[in-house]
Design a protein around this ligand. Structure first.
Ligand SMILES: *Cc1c(COP(=O)(O)O)cnc(C)c1O
Length: 367
């Protein structure tokens, strides 16, 4: 992880909101097994791979993209049973989070955050000048503390709720989401980036008709194995989609990504076929970590959160000695000694379990 911030000179040149930011560096290095970013590492069905390939080959590069990606919007709208006017596509979900905070946050406005969660909300929220009000989750279960959340929501311009939450993997009941939409006079972002891995969780999209302040974020980066193409989308009321259409950069989703994403959305049944396998493998990985005597939280996403004594050193040894990359969260408040491990293929997960067994053996035996 990069601890070095901006230079003194750079700090003197930038806006105050930018001065304390660190250049983003999630510690990416080439390695044998990369389970650090919740990407899919499973092979995609050949028929889908071919459809993506054909779509890319048929795409000319001389023209600008369709600004609103209407072909892709239509495919997403048909899938979710909504109208085109309720869909906006972005260059990854991250860009839509930024656009949302740019439009609805900002100086003099408050963003309600529920850490530990995806750090992007806090970073972008402050970057655009908002006051971020953090209501920490329960330290054991990571359930949001609802009475405090609903109280804070009453004065929030934006409230962000992640379900399943990253990096803790737990979901919240739909009734809680609805209560948040009712309590918050501003915009409620429900981030369901991992929703496909939680088949028993009902999507907040079912609340869209009743709550015009709701935005539901999905991405093709996780369950659909498209992280490199950078495509995410929001389902919301037409009036909120218009706000995104006003603030977003028009050509942000390039022609290749639009073509590939459309092929994947149209072939979604093939793409989603492996989700049940990932879920089964998540349970196996969880069991394996529990068998090492570690604290593991139940996850409904494609990763697990695990508490490992000396997590920072363990992460270094995994990377240096075994060429295995996982995410070190041990410096995040509430996640002391925690690592997040993406569910990989059975071979990748066995590599992690074997490596941890070797690294931890002296610790476990107390020598
Ligand atoms: C990965 C992720 C996203 C979006 O990722 P993109 O690749 O930018 O689409 C959004 N929210 C959470 C919580 C995530 O983990």
């Amino acid at each position: 992880m990069n601890d070095v911030g901006l230079s003194e000179r750079a700090r003197s040149l930038v806006r105050p909101e930018v001065a304390d930011l660190d250049p983003y560096d999630p510690g990416f290095v080439e390695c044998r097994v990369n389970l650090s970013a919740n990407e899919s590492t499973w092979p995609r069905p050949e028929a889908l791979e071919r459809a993506v390939h054909d779509a890319l080959v048929a795409t000319p590069l001389n023209r600008y993209p369709d600004p609103m990606a209407n072909g892709l919007r239509d495919a997403i709208a048909a899938w979710h049973g909504v109208g085109r006017s309720q869909v906006v596509v972005g260059n990854g979900g991250d860009e839509l989070i930024f656009d949302l905070l740019l439009a609805f946050g900002g100086p003099g406005r408050t963003v309600l955050d529920m850490p530990p969660t995806f750090s992007v909300y806090d970073i972008y929220g402050r970057l655009v000048g908002s006051t971020v009000v953090a209501v920490p989750r329960d330290p054991e279960t990571f359930e949001p503390v609802w009475d405090e959340v609903l109280a804070a929501a009453r004065t929030a311009d934006v409230a962000v709720l992640t379900t399943p939450n990253n990096p803790t993997g737990n979901t919240v009941a739909l009734g809680r989401v609805e209560a948040l939409c009712e309590a918050c006079p501003g915009v409620v972002l429900v981030d369901e980036a991992y929703g496909e891995f939680a088949p028993s969780m009902e999507s907040a999209a079912s609340l869209l008709d009743r709550h015009p302040n709701l935005c539901v974020l999905h991405t093709l980066s996780k369950a659909f194995g498209m992280a490199g193409a950078r495509v995410g989308y929001i389902l919301a009321s037409p009036e909120l989609v218009d706000v995104f259409a006003a603030v977003r950069q028009p050509y942000t989703v390039n022609v290749l990504s639009q073509a590939a994403a459309t092929a994947v959305v149209e072939g979604r049944d093939l793409a989603l076929a492996s989700v049940a396998d990932v879920v089964a493998e998540r349970d196996r990985l969880t069991e394996g970590l529990l068998a090492l005597g570690l604290r593991v939280w139940d996850s409904e996403a494609n990763f697990v959160l695990v508490r490992v004594p000396g997590a920072h050193v363990v992460r270094e040894r995994l990377a240096c000695d075994f060429s295995i990359l996982v995410r070190d969260l041990s410096s995040t408040p509430g996640l002391e000694d925690c690592l997040r491990v993406t569910v990989g293929t059975p071979e990748e997960d066995d590599a992690v379990l074997d490596a941890l067994r070797q690294i931890l053996r002296p610790v476990i035996s107390g020598t």
